[in-house]
Write a protein that binds this ligand. Structure first.
Ligand code: PGA
Length: 252
């Protein structure tokens, strides 16, 4: 059975003190729950060490929001995969639409980031998703196919088995307009078929595919009940402990 995951992407939010309060509050609330899936927190890079200390005492795992595609060296401002590994960071988001849009990250750069992370056993959470105009003209499947092919399909089977995919339609991110459960299921099923064709049905079946985009405590139960939706990548709703914990607990 593939692993379910709920991950909270805090983006560039929270003071250090607020971040510490939020992570300890989430950890405390989940402490007594029976949870047989993964709960991941993705704080800003400066808070990774603090978050990683909390994670040690709890069920939480920690993810970075970004990584350099370079190894180590003269790359001012960057953080390497080896540094993340040293902090015992389990996952790293790659290719979030905000990084593709505001930082002009290209498919080739994303493929390099994936490679660096796998070199150091940090698991990429690789984001794909179409823009509104692309859905309006019916090209969402072509867009997602090309993101998968260009960012991930250079990997061999063994490497690919460390990948988590997140389908995040850009029009749903931070907008309050969530994909319908059927739209999410349709795309997740499409992504799983792509993986099956490229690798094999076993690998496709074992790949965790998360949904992201205006997922909250009111809609997570129906989204997560879909056959190919294996949890969520949660932005805004992960910034409040109560709501995030409700979303975590809505995984069946
Ligand atoms: P949102 O963001 O939940 O605020 O829409 C999701 C994401 O960007 O990962």
């Amino acid at each position: 059975m593939r692993k379910k995951i709920v991950a909270g992407n805090w983006k560039m939010n929270k003071t250090f003190q607020e971040a510490e309060e939020l992570i300890s509050s989430v950890a405390d609330r989940l402490d007594n729950e029976e949870i047989n899936y993964e709960v991941v927190i993705c704080p800003p890079a400066l808070y990774l060490e603090m978050a990683s200390d909390y994670a040690e005492e709890s069920i939480l795992q920690i993810a970075a929001q970004n990584v350099s595609g370079f190894e180590n060296g003269a790359y001012t401002g960057e953080i390497s995969a080896s540094m993340l590994a040293e902090m015992e960071i389990a996952y790293c988001i790659v290719g979030h639409s905000e990084r593709r849009k505001f930082f002009k990250e290209t498919d080739d750069q994303l493929a390099e980031k994936v490679d660096r992370l796998l070199d150091y056993n940090v698991r990429p959470i690789f984001c794909v998703g179409e823009q509104l105009e692309e859905r309006e003209v019916g090209s969402q499947f072509d867009v997602v196919r090309s993101q998968m092919v260009n960012g991930l399909f250079h990997l061999n089977k063994e490497e690919f088995s460390n990948i988590v995919v997140a389908y995040e339609p850009v029009w749903a991110i931070g907008t309050g307009i969530v994909a319908t459960p059927d739209q999410a299921q349709e795309m997740h099923n499409f992504i799983r078929k792509l993986i099956s064709e490229k690798y094999n049905p076993q690998i496709a079946d074992a790949t965790t595919i998360l949904y992201g985009g205006s997922c909250n405590a009111d809609n997570s139960t129906t989204l997560f009940s879909k056959k190919d939706v294996d949890g969520g990548l949660i932005g805004g709703a992960s910034l409040k402990a109560d709501e995030f914990v409700k979303i975590v607990m809505s995984v069946k």
